[in-house]
Design a binder for this molecule. Structure first.
Ligand code: SAM
Length: 331
């Protein structure tokens, strides 16, 4: 029953973008003036549940809800509650979430009650003014309250920060000390050329090899084999006792171990974050009450999962490598 792609990689991890909408407008992620999908194009929560269930029956063991901002989708907890039955049955090993944290104070306890054990919170700075500047619409205090609520509910929180040149690079050592001091791991991410934004990505892009070299002047970093199922490579930081992850889609391609596919809120399946090719699962889902058609469509799509992405950020390449924004497929 397992899904195995042409390069022998077993697909066991599904990321589901439940909405393309977000209550932030992070400058490296979206243009300020974004056109979102009309509501009529969205799969219902029941349809999303049905698709996720088919994937789980076909061997998915980890499922991450993302977006857009997953917690702004109306009645999202209904989907989380529904999906939690697969945790109860043991079919699913982990149900998790990537969030900007803005709605966590409302939902943290219920997430924990549904069997969610750990979440990723995206946070690029601890400075309230800079936070407002980078998110355009966000407020740091709300996110902090959300993180407090998540930890109080017993959720393990990992922070994700996109490393941005001349924006947060100088602050990352402090962010790491702060995160580790509160028992949270931190992962830094290289910005990827996805979708048109208002800024120039060449100005923002910071290769993590440079960041690591600079951190190594202050900290003792030791590579460790720790894995959470995603693409991050981790080090232990002797001085803080915490873990720091590096996600390096630009400087160190990690595609050889890719175990993931991504489903959007319209039922489009992307077999690679960094390629345009996709498969429509909505039509086969709606064409019959049984799941055979959709299962066949998934097999066909996995059969053309590409070897990897080839992102480029440089001054000669003005167009993004893929036209869709990160908010379509989520992180
Ligand atoms: N709203 C949720 C959140 O904030 O985590 C989930 C969706 S958001 C698109 C997922 C992650 O992608 C966030 O950590 C965000 O910072 C990151 N991201 C967005 N655009 C990116 C880009 N162009 N390159 C790298 N990471 C990006």
């Amino acid at each position: 029953m397992n899904m195995i792609d042409p390069f022998g990689r077993t697909i066991s991890y599904l990321r589901v973008s439940v909405t393309d909408r977000c209550d932030f407008r992070c400058t490296y992620c979206m243009a300020e003036d974004m056109a979102f999908l009309p509501k009529k194009d969205l799969l219902s929560l029941e349809e999303l549940d049905r698709l996720c269930t088919v994937f789980i029956e076909k061997g998915v063991r980890k499922l991450r809800l993302t977006g857009g901002e997953p917690l702004v989708r109306k009645n999202i907890m209904h989907l989380v509650r529904q999906l939690s039955r697969h945790l109860d049955s043991g079919a699913l090993e982990e149900l998790t979430l990537t969030t900007n944290g803005s709605q966590l104070s409302r939902f943290a306890a219920e997430l924990a009650d549904c069997g969610v054990k750990r979440i990723n919170v995206s946070l690029d700075t601890l400075d309230a003014d800079k936070f407002h500047q980078i998110t355009r619409w966000g407020h740091l205090d709300k996110v902090m309250q959300g993180i407090d609520a998540a930890q109080a509910a017993g959720l393990k929180v990992k922070l994700n920060a996109v490393a941005l040149k001349d924006f947060n690079d100088a602050e990352l050592p402090d962010m790491m000390r702060w995160a580790h001091g509160r028992g949270m791991d931190l992962t830094v991410i290289e910005t990827m050329p996805m979708g048109e934004i208002d800024a120039d990505r060449t100005d923002q892009y910071l290769p993590l090899s440079l960041l690591r070299a600079s951190l190594e002047r202050q900290f003792t970093l030791t590579d460790i084999p720790f894995k959470t199922g995603g693409p991050a490579r981790y080090v232990n930081v002797a001085e803080t006792g915490g873990k720091l992850g590096f996600i390096t889609p630009m400087t160190h391609n990690f595609c050889e171990s890719c175990n993931r596919v991504r489903l959007t809120c319209t039922g489009t399946l992307y077999m690679c974050l960094g390629q345009e090719d996709a498969a429509d699962l909505r039509a086969p889902l709606r064409a019959s009450e049984g799941n055979e058609l959709v299962s066949d469509a998934i097999d066909e799509a996995i059969g053309r999962k590409p070897k990897g992405h080839d992102f480029i950020i440089d001054r000669r390449t003005s167009r993004p490598s893929v036209s869709r924004h990160m908010s379509v497929t989520g992180g």
